[in-house]
Every structure is written in C-alpha cells, then in structure tokens.
Design a protein around this ligand. Structure first.
Ligand SMILES: [Zn+2]
Length: 313
C-alpha cells in the first residue's frame, strides 16, 4: 500500500475523546495519533462541534478546546499546531503530523462577535457557520425553507474574511449558501459534503452549488459517511470514486479535497475504510480506477493547501 500526504478538513474526534475520557494516542477513535502517522504526512482539522440544542454552547466549545490544547501539550513532539500557511506547508512537506482547530456551529459565539476573536486568538482558523438547525448567524439545511444570513451572520463572515479564517458552508441552508457566496470576499469551503446528484441526501451539494463554489476558488471536502456517499445500504471506495468524478466534471479538479467526518457518524464504516490509516487503501483503489497521480495529489492535499495559502494570514 502506498502512503500519501493528506489534509482532512473535518472530524469530530474531540467529542469522542471527551466521551471516552481518552487521549489521541490511545483513544478508540478513527483519528488517533498512530492512525494519522500511517500516512506520509497528515494534517487534521479538529472541530469544536456544538449541537443545536446545547444550552451553554460557548462553554461546551471551551471544554472541547481544552481537550484539543491538552493533546497539543501531551504530544508536542508529534503534533504540529497549524496557525498559518507556513505551518501547513511545514507539516505537508516535512512529513509531519499536524492539527488545525476549527469550529462547527456558529452557535458557539452566542451572538457576540468578540467570541469569534476569542476563538481566533486560541488558534481557530475555520468555522462552519451552522449545524442543521437555526442559530444567530443563519439557518441550517435541516430547517424547511431555511432562511439565509442574518445581519450578525454577515458581520461574522466579513470578520472571518478580515482575520483570515476559512468560512465553511457544510450544513448551511441553501439560501444561506448563496448569501455566503455573495457576502464573502474570499473563496469558501464546504469542509464535509458530497454531491447531491450522486447521493440524494440534503447535506450534499447540488451541481449548481458545486459549480458556483468552484468558480470562486472554493473546495469541497469528500465526506466518508455512508449515508452521504450512497443511496444504498453500504458504501465503499467505488462511491467515493463516483462523487470525485462527478464533482470534477462539474467544478473541475481544483475544487475537491477531503473532509472525512471521522468520529462524527455511526457504524457501519465504508467498506475497507476504518479511519485515517486507510487513506492509503482508498487512494490505491482510486488510482487503479484511473485517477491520475496529479489528480490524487490535488485531492489528498494540494487543493486545500492552496486555499489555506490564499486565506490564512
Ligand atoms: Zn458536520
């Protein structure tokens, strides 16, 4: 099995570590330190995920952030904290393992822009504006006829542009998606979403969305949750191939990356893919299936690294 340089733009591993009371080295998680190290180099975005019905979202995000910071402390010789494009470059070209802090659900800000600056100060470099429900910024995709950005949502997008943070539109309502594309002065990411033409789940993006996001220089991270990969009962590398080929046909080969959603969805896992250690298996299969070495390089890290270089200060 070949090894690859990987940037994975979404996982919920911090939630799982809290639940298990374990650390990144020994936790029973899809993204553990040994599993990351099975790749040539590996950069993982770690999300502070806050549920829509969390009553104290700012506090919950802080509890998760404490776990993140403890991992950086415990494994400082193994895990490089990524705060800017130079750090990301160091991880990828230096064959290291790195971590970037992100937020999932703008509800953590509790309607206060100062909290965005607070999380940025603590290292957060991307934020998913919503989860599936409504929050102070916008509605999520789970709300029928969901509303678009609120005034506060617009303020947050513009502040993120100025700070140099990646604006993440996975989970957002369709109206919100178009508002963000209009509002943002920078390309945006859908860190963990697939193609709705290939798998009809509402969390996936329509061709129109993929085309528009790609046109602005944005990137879509391939989600490995079987429900988002396939309308059937199971999913495997073949479904990943369908999504990748379709997204390339709609948005070109510079708009696709990885955002596994590892540790954020229930079993069964996609066939043959149990965690960060199995990217080798996946991309060996995709190569046999006809993806070129250049395309694989773009998907595994180059497209996201370019976006990081464009956006992070
Ligand atoms: Zn998510």
């Amino acid at each position: 099995m070949e090894r690859y340089r990987i940037i994975d733009c979404h996982c919920d591993t911090l939630c799982e570590l809290i639940k298990q009371g374990k650390e990144l080295q020994e936790g029973d998680v899809c993204v553990s330190l040994p599993k990351m190290k099975a790749n040539t180099s590996y950069l993982q975005f770690f999300a502070l995920f806050v549920h829509d019905n969390e009553e104290t979202p700012f506090r919950r995000a802080n509890d998760l952030m404490a776990v993140y910071k403890r991992q950086l402390q415990l494994f400082q010789s193994d895990l490089v904290p990524v705060l800017n494009s130079r750090d990301a470059e160091t991880v990828i070209s230096g064959k290291k393992t790195g971590a970037m802090l992100t937020l999932e659900n703008g509800r953590s800000l509790e309607g206060n822009i100062q909290n965005l600056y607070y999380f940025y100060e603590h290292g957060a470099r991307a934020m998913g504006l919503t989860w599936n429900g409504a929050n102070e910024l916008c509605d999520g995709i789970g709300i029928p006829n969901g509303r678009g950005l609120t005034d506060f949502g617009r303020e947050v997008v513009s502040a993120m542009n100025q700070l140099g943070m990646l604006v993440d539109v996975s989970h957002i309502s369709e109206k919100g998606f178009w508002d963000v594309l209009e509002e943002s002065s920078q390309p945006v990411m859908a860190t963990h979403s697939n193609s709705r033409s290939v798998c009809r789940h509402k969390r996936n993006l329509t061709d129109k969305q993929i085309h528009a996001l790609a046109l602005q220089g944005g990137v879509i991270g391939l989600n490995l949750f079987p429900e988002f990969l396939s309308d059937g009962k199971t999913a495997g590398w073949e479904d990943c191939a369908h999504h990748i080929r379709h997204i390339i046909s709609v948005g070109g080969e510079d708009c696709i990356g990885l955002g596994s959603d590892f540790d954020g969805f229930p079993e069964p896992m996609p066939v043959g893919i149990n965690g960060a250690e199995d990217y080798g298996f996946l991309f060996d299969k995709l190569k046999e299936n006809g993806l070129s070495a250049q395309q694989i390089e773009k998907i595994t890290y180059k497209n996201v690294l370019n976006l990081i270089k464009t956006i992070l200060k």
